[in-house]
Design a binder for this molecule. Structure first.
Ligand code: ATR
Length: 281
C-alpha cells in the first residue's frame, strides 16, 4: 500500500506540493499518496493527530503553521531548532514526529546548484525579518557569505533576528531609510510579504549594480514588483522562489524516501506553465 503524505496550511488550495511530489514519485518509482489539507491554526493540532492515527508517514507544513508545529515535534533537526520553524515532519517508529526545515537548504540549492552562484564571500542584503527571512539568513551564513545586512520596517524585529543569528561580525541591521547611499550588494534577498499585500518596497537604485543578484523568496505575482524593479535599475540576474520551492520539496522527499530526486524536469514544467513568473539569467 502507498504511504501517505500531505501538506498542511491555510490557504492551501493553490499549493504546488502535491504535483511536485507526484512527479518525484513517478521519477523514482516510489508509490505514494500526497494530499493538500487546509488547516486553520485553531484546528491544526487535531487534524495532524487524525492524520497520524490514519497512518500518515510524513507532512509538509506551510504558512501559518511553521512555528506552531515546533512544539508538536518530539525531535528537531539542528537547523529547525535554530530557526524555530519546521516545514517537514517525519513519523518515527514510535509514532512521534521529527521536525526538519528544508527551506534553508532549498534556497541554497537553488542559488548554488541551479543558478551556479558561488555564495562564498558575498555581501548580502536581506529585506524583512519574519520567518522567511530567518530561514534565509541562517542558511546564507552557513553557506559562508561574507556579511548580511538585515533591513526591516520594524527595527526591533531586525535586531531580534540579528541577535538570534549571533554573528555580530557578519550581521548588521538597517532601517529601510538607511539603505539610501549604501553601496551595491552582491545579492539582495526579498523575504518580505510586501508583494503579497500589493505594496512596493521603495528601494534605492544604488543598491543594485549590474552584477547584483536579486532573489525573491516567493514566486508568481508576489515577486513581480521587486524583480521588475531590480531589472529596471540594471541587475542582470533576478530570480523568484519557484526553484527554492522545488528544491525544498526534493529535500523533504530525500528525508522521507532516502533518494533525492532530480528537479530539472518538474522545475522546467512549472516554469513553462506560468509566464507571469519572472526569471532572468
Ligand atoms: P513570513 O513568515 O512569510 O516571513 P512574517 O513573519 O509576517 O511572514 O514577516 C513578514 C515580513 O515582511 C516582515 O519583515 C514585515 O515587516 P515588519 O516586521 O515590519 O512587519 C515585512 N513586510 C510586510 N509587509 C511589508 C511592507 N508593506 N513593507 C515592508 N515590509 C513589509
Amino acid at each position: 500500500m502507498s504511504k501517505r503524505f500531505a501538506v498542511f496550511g491555510d490557504p492551501i488550495a493553490h499549493s504546488l506540493s502535491p504535483r511536485i511530489h507526484a512527479a518525484f514519485s513517478r521519477q523514482t518509482n516510489i508509490p505514494l499518496r500526497y494530499d493538500a489539507i487546509r488547516a486553520p491554526a485553531a484546528t491544526f493540532e487535531s487534524q495532524l493527530a487524525d492524520f497520524s492515527r490514519e497512518g500518515g508517514a510524513g507532512a509538509n507544513i506551510t504558512l501559518p503553521l511553521k512555528a506552531t508545529v515546533v512544539s508538536l515535534c518530539a525531535e528537531l533537526s539542528d537547523f529547525a531548532r535554530r530557526i524555530g520553524a519546521v516545514n517537514t515532519l517525519s513519523r518515527r517508529l514510535d509514532g512521534h514526529w521529527r521536525g526538519d526545515n528544508t527551506d534553508g537548504p532549498g534556497l541554497i540549492g537553488d542559488l548554488s546548484v541551479r543558478h551556479r552562484i558561488d555564495l562564498c564571500g558575498r555581501r548580502v542584503l536581506v529585506l524583512g525579518a519574519g520567518g522567511a527571512a530567518r530561514a534565509a539568513a541562517f542558511a546564507l551564513l552557513e553557506a559562508h557569505v561574507e556579511s548580511i545586512t538585515i533591513a526591516n520596517r520594524t527595527r526591533e524585529r531586525a535586531v531580534a533576528l540579528a541577535d538570534a543569528l549571533a554573528e555580530p561580525d557578519r550581521v548588521t541591521t538597517a532601517l529601510p531609510a538607511a539603505l539610501d547611499g549604501m553601496p551595491a550588494f552582491d545579492l539582495i534577498v526579498d523575504a518580505t510579504s510586501a508583494g503579497h499585500n500589493g505594496t512596493d518596497l521603495a528601494l534605492p537604485s544604488t543598491l543594485f549594480a549590474s552584477n547584483t543578484i536579486a532573489y525573491h523568496l516567493s514566486y508568481g505575482k508576489a515577486a513581480t514588483s521587486f524583480l521588475a524593479r531590480a531589472r529596471a535599475v540594471g541587475a542582470q540576474r533576478s530570480f523568484d522562489g519557484l526553484g527554492m520551492l522545488v528544491e525544498q520539496a526534493a529535500e523533504a522527499f530525500a528525508i522521507w524516501h532516502g533518494i533525492r530526486p532530480d528537479t530539472t524536469n518538474i522545475y522546467a514544467d512549472l516554469r513553462a506553465e506560468d509566464v507571469r513568473i519572472l526569471v532572468s539569467e
